[in-house]
Each structure stands twice: as structure tokens, then as C-alpha cells.
Design a protein around this ligand. Structure first.
Ligand code: CO
Length: 137
């Protein structure tokens, strides 16, 4: 079941430069985390019930690095929180929607995540995220 918007991912060239805007509005960076297997550094900024996730590439050939090279900084993905990412993954596959990974994998914060291709969602890369303390099996 989808429980809400978890975060909105924004690709930036530099977290240090980009965070100043959000901090000017009174928001605060809660944590900065590196996810080596994704080639990305992530700054999490709580914003109401959701968060803004600033994504800085640490490798040119990473997904965020390629996105920046092709399109420049901007909206990268929308993340919905789910209580069962494996079930959602199965449901989407069965319905013919295009998920990007063979199965859910570990993302930032130890969450289990799957991604859905923009062609299936109305044009926005979509992440489904399940907190790691809510195992689906
Ligand atoms: Co994300």
C-alpha cells in the first residue's frame, strides 16, 4: 500500500551550492549520505511530511551523473513510500509496467527500493521505497 510521498529527488551539481536555497527558506539538511554503489551523495532535507533529496553525482557514469550530463540539474525522481515494495513490484510487472531493477535493492538509509520507468508513470522517474524496519516477508 502506498502511504504517501517520501521524497522528491533533485539532481544538483553541488550539494554545498544547492542547499543554500533551501536553508534560506528555513529548511535544514538532516543528513548527508554517500551511496557508493549508486555513485551518488544524498542530502536529506525534511519538508513537512516529505523530504527533499538533493542528489550529487560521485561518478560520471552513475545514473545521476548521466542525467546531469544529458539534462542538467533538475527534478530527477519522485519517491512514494510503500509498506510492501515486493508486492508493488510484482503488481506492476504483472500489469505490464516497466520497473527498472530485477528486484528491489537497498537504497539510501537502508530502505528497499525499486524504480519505475518514466514511460510508465506519466514522464517522471518514480521510486518506490520501503523502510528497512518493515520487511515484506
Ligand atoms: Co530517492
Amino acid at each position: 500500500m502506498i502511504e504517501g510521498i517520501e521524497h522528491i529527488g533533485i539532481a544538483v551539481r553541488s550539494i554545498e551550492e544547492a542547499r543554500a536555497f533551501y536553508e534560506a527558506l528555513g529548511l535544514e539538511v538532516e543528513a548527508i549520505e554517500e551511496v557508493p554503489h549508486e555513485g551518488v551523495r544524498v542530502a536529506l532535507i525534511p519538508c513537512g511530511a516529505a523530504r527533499i533529496e538533493l542528489l550529487e553525482s560521485t561518478a560520471d557514469d552513475s545514473p545521476v551523473g548521466k542525467f546531469l550530463a544529458k539534462r542538467g540539474p533538475g527534478l530527477h525522481h519522485l519517491c512514494l513510500e510503500t509498506d510492501d515494495v515486493k508486492a508493488d513490484d510484482a503488481t506492476l510487472r504483472e500489469a505490464g509496467f516497466r520497473v527498472l531493477r530485477a528486484e528491489p535493492t537497498r537504497g539510501a538509509g537502508g530502505c528497499w527500493v525499486q524504480f519505475v520507468h518514466p514511460a510508465s508513470t506519466g514522464g517522471v522517474l518514480l521510486e518506490l521505497s520501503q523502510r528497512s524496519d518493515e520487511e515484506s516477508d
